[in-house]
Write a protein that binds this ligand. Structure first.
Ligand code: FMN
Length: 118
């Protein structure tokens, strides 16, 4: 399935890189288009909100099926990885993983298995 991601400071981008995904679409403006079903990887913003450009992208591209979100459990314990919860609730996507920063080896193995990357 197509992989789409948003990354502001590089954690999510590092995950995409670590998973060896080469043809992922990066959300830069939110105006990008993807055909059909896709999996989104995103960071969590503000007080547990979606990055605005991710919100714009999701509204225009209805095929989201699953989500991997990144957050920061130390700095944002009360809204940790809310991005995944919002995308699951509002768009019906399945939550594959919620990771801290760029995640652990264990997280990578779980995501690989969920996406059949091996
Ligand atoms: C302004 C700001 C607000 C954030 N708010 C949250 C939050 O509410 N919950 C959370 O889990 N992480 C939050 N984070 C942490 C980021 O989601 C986390 O660092 C993520 O790994 C960033 O991904 P990136 O490096 O790909 O941009 C916030 C970070 C910033 C800079």
């Amino acid at each position: 399935m197509k992989i789409v991601y948003a990354s502001r400071n590089g954690h999510v981008e590092a995950v995409i890189h670590n998973l060896g995904i080469q043809d992922a679409l990066k959300i830069k403006e939110g105006t990008e288009k993807v055909k059909g079903d896709y999996v989104i990887f995103t960071y969590t913003d503000g007080e547990g909100i979606l990055p605005p450009k991710v919100k714009t992208f999701l509204a225009a591209n209805p095929g989201v099926k699953a989500v991997v979100s990144s957050g920061n459990s130390q700095r944002h314990p009360a809204t940790y990885n809310f991005a995944a919860d919002i995308i699951a609730r509002e768009y019906g996507a399945k939550i594959i993983a919620k990771i801290d920063g760029s995640g652990t080896d264990h997280d990578m193995a779980e995501i690989r298995a969920a996406l059949n990357l091996d």
